[in-house]
Design a protein around this ligand. Sequence first.
Ligand code: 5GP
Length: 122
Amino acid sequence: MAYDDSNIFAKILRGEIPCDKVYEDEYALAFRDINPQTPTHVLVIPKGAYVSFDDFSEQASGEEIVGFVRAAGKVARDLGLVAPGYRALANHGADAHQEVPHFHLHLFGGKDLGRMIKPSEK
Ligand code: 5GP
């Protein structure tokens, strides 16, 4: 799938649409989800144009991958999520209901998140 630079996160990266920013560096931007599913729900996105985790994991440089992962970990620490615990999740493609075609890592926290997948949903 080719990257479409009209997606909403590309517009946020270009500053065309505002976001509630929590962190930014050379490799990543982190901002609060507009429709939070948990008390803390932050999205971490790479600065580069990658459609999904699949695209990022295959095409991004080692420097970009390290920079992105370091940034995501720092965001979780800075938000105080490490001691209570948090979930990092990336949706790719139709079965995962990925909505925005720019790779993003969800950071969920601020409550007991329950088990990863409910038995009834298997
Ligand atoms: P996905 O289903 O693609 O993994 O998740 C996309 C996420 O982006 C959703 O949780 C949705 O609420 C969030 N989102 C969609 N549009 C915007 C926006 O314009 N601003 C922010 N901050 N989040 C958005």
